[in-house]
Design a protein around this ligand. Sequence first.
Ligand code: SF4
Ligand code: SF4
Length: 223
Amino acid sequence: MNQKINLHDISDGRLYDIDDLVRADTNGCGGCSACCYGVGGFVELNPYDVFKMTTATQMSFDDLLLEKLELCLKGKRHFPYLRMLGAQACCSFLSQEGRCTIHASRPSICRLFPLGRVYDNQGDFKFILQTNACIKPKLDKIKVEKWIGIDHYAANKAFILAWHNFNKALEFRMKFMRDTEEVGSTNQYVLDVFFHIEAKSDFDFYDAFFKKLPSAKNHLGIL
Ligand code: SF4
Ligand code: SF4
């Protein structure tokens, strides 16, 4: 979340750490899938999300873009988002029975919901509880870490912060790009380097990401 917002307008006003208790537990959602409709513009995907999806579906990033995802413009950048289908704008990963077909590998924005992330100026982020996000009238308390349930949280957090900082720096750099060809080739470079991942059996996503990051920054002329 990059824009300046008043936390009290969108949340309970509290900032949560990973060890805090938060009233976010939907207890398995009880057959509800309301937040899997009409959310295409909200679920921006990062390279880890796409890596997990390619592994879970055995589809390449290009194949996912044909069926399950779409590239959308955010400022001058192209990011992959979940593709919504049909008149009901249903997520392309939702089954007819209303279940997420990539539940264990769902994107981090889905994993967090109804929590969200806010970044501070000290190079860190905290979690917020978005109000009126989940339609269930009463949610139970749960530890943030348990709710997110992601493997290797410390490594994932380091990646999330590095990806956030990379995008901020690139957004600033691209503000001054007037040539549409340069904008296009920059976007293509980022997609090629970070989203087209060929995962081998002993592939370590985080290790690969942090190995590629310095040369990508150097290539793009950002710090
Ligand atoms: S990826 Fe899964 S959890 Fe996320 S919106 Fe689609 S169906 Fe719902
Ligand atoms: S709206 Fe709430 S209960 Fe319904 S699917 Fe989303 S998180 Fe679960």
